[in-house]
Design a protein around this ligand. Structure first.
Ligand SMILES: NC(=O)c1ccc[n+]([C@@H]2O[C@H](COP(=O)([O-])OP(=O)(O)OC[C@H]3O[C@@H](n4cnc5c(N)ncnc54)[C@H](O)[C@@H]3O)[C@@H](O)[C@H]2O)c1
Length: 462
């Protein structure tokens, strides 16, 4: 804790940069459940309208208004916020391509950092974060909420116990449906310069899960990616005359199954009402030709233990969720999870578990398969969100055998798989992770069954 915080009222002081949809996950937690121990001291964004909205929400919840700092009118506004409000930690929930700027500056100014995923979007920015962390010694926590989802923690538990021996290969396939999946093609995410594409923006969660499930780090990546669904051609194949600029003014909206209405509710307040400040449209046409992210991606990753991962991400599927299978020396673990239908910021619980269609099954070598009862949890992102919040903001820290709290090293290894995949998509060549950054240490992961443990001979006749 930096010394200035003590001068206030003993509560841990947080400043928030980027006050869009996701930030309220942290803001509301700090200002309600954890208000006794935590306080928000300032907001920074490049949209004055959203800044005022965040301020008004704080007033409603706590009776006081944290000061706001607008980087669109003052490029030094972030530095001023840190100097004037003296946060212990900066929470980074801005657009992905800006994360590194705020992570680096916050650490240079003596703060610890809590950043949303992806930690950053390419290898160069990742290197800058690694170097700054080493120079300043500050902590950068990456909020990988997916690790905290009870069934995903349960998978880690089963693998750690050696239920299927040591894992030699993983098949992992993530499906985004035409509600949530399509939404990436409307927003700033639809340009790689903003998000790194879905290989970084979305798959950072999935690559982190595999790195952590295996307690291992990636060595090389090769992949193929393309966009074949969210295209002008597909608009025509679906019976539209053409793509258009945005849903709000679309002349063919009544014929289009991808139309969204941002004129009211949370979306209206956050985005439509604040377009005058930055010209950002939240409802751009999903068939625009200027989209440059992929919707269909296949990747193979080699790990330092020799394990291999075969991964796919498709953003136009009929159901949302994933199926993952671990092939181990004593058997196979299959886990499937279906998620509810939602759109980011629509007011529903994001990524809630559909109980029917979610399971973990163990297939021991040459013995009957069995299903294990799923660990359950309520709340966003597979029940991970509330557990993550407790881990971050609760003053009583419980020891965690799964070591779910992630720092910049895990943040880096997850985005570097995506960054390597992006290079491989462009060059058709495999990419070595060690060629992308230097000085990156291995994250803290729990011990796993080793490649040298004895393996029982499978029973002969079955
Ligand atoms: N872990 C999860 O499950 C999860 C879920 C949703 C979003 N996220 C992450 O949260 C972050 C925010 O996503 P969101 O859905 O809230 O997006 P959003 O578009 O609603 O909010 C982004 C905010 O950043 C602001 N911004 C843009 N450029 C800026 C700049 N240069 N300086 C300061 N502020 C700037 C925008 O004005 C906006 O208020 C993203 O990094 C996203 O990946 C994580």
């Amino acid at each position: 804790m930096n010394s200035a915080s003590k001068a206030f009222d003993g509560r841990r002081r947080y400043a928030v940069v980027g006050v869009g949809g996701r930030s309220d996950f942290f803001r509301s937690a700090i200002e309600t459940k954890y208000a006794e121990h935590c306080v928000i001291v300032g907001f920074c964004d490049n949209n004055l309208g959203r800044l005022k909205l965040a301020q008004a929400q704080s007033k409603e919840r706590t009776g006081s208004e944290p000061p706001i700092y607008d980087v669109s009118t003052d490029p030094r506004a972030f530095d001023r916020m840190v100097a004037e409000t003296k946060p212990d930690e900066v929470i980074v929930t801005s657009k992905d391509c800006t994360h590194h700027e705020y992570i680096i500056r916050a650490m240079e100014l003596g703060c610890d950092v809590i950043t949303e995923k992806p930690m950053t979007i390419d290898a160069e920015k990742c290197q800058a974060i690694i170097d700054t962390q080493q120079r300043t010694g500050r902590r950068c926590r990456v909020t990988f909420n997916y690790r905290y989802s009870p069934p995903r923690t349960q998978v880690k538990d089963l693998l750690m116990k050696g239920t299927i021996g040591d894992v030699l290969s993983v098949d992992f396939h993530w499906m985004l449906n035409t509600h949530h999946g399509a939404d990436y093609f409307r927003r700033w995410h639809s340009n790689k310069a903003n998000s790194g594409g879905l290989m970084v923006h979305k798959a950072t969660h999935h690559f982190d899960l595999v790195n952590w499930w295996l307690s291992d780090i990636p060595v090389s990546v090769v992949g193929v990616g393309k966009r074949e669904f969210y295209t002008p051609e597909m608009a025509r194949r679906m019976g539209l005359e053409s793509y258009h600029e945005r849903c709000l003014t679309c002349p063919e909206g009544d014929k289009c199954g991808f139309k969204i209405d941002i004129s009211s509710g949370q979306m209206g307040k956050l985005y439509l009402a604040n377009e005058e400040y930055d010209g950002y449209y939240r409802d751009r046409c999903v068939f625009r030709p200027d989209i440059d992210i992929e919707d269909t991606m296949n990747v193979v990753v080699k790990y330092s233990s020799g394990a291999t991962l075969c991964y796919s991400l498709n953003a136009f599927c009929s159901w949302e969720g994933y199926t993952v299978a671990f092939n181990g020396t004593k058997g196979r673990l299959e886990h499937t999870m279906q998620e509810s239908v939602y759109i980011s910021g629509d007011g529903t619980v994001p990524g809630a578990i559909e109980k029917e269609g979610s399971y973990i099954r163990i297939y021991p070598l040459r013995s009957p398969a069995y299903e294990v009862e799923l660990w359950t949890g309520e709340g966003g992102h597979g029940g991970g969100d509330p557990i993550l919040l407790d881990d971050i903001f609760s003053p009583e820290k419980k020891p965690d055998p799964y070591l779910r709290a992630a720092d910049h090293r895990a943040g880096a290894y997850s985005i570097l798989i995506g960054a390597a995949a992006n290079i491989s998509f462009a060059t058709s060549q495999p990419v070595r992770i060690s060629d992308l950054v230097s000085g990156l240490e291995r994250p803290d992961y729990p011990p796993m069954p080793s490649r040298t443990d004895p393996v029982p001979m499978p029973i002969k006749d079955r």
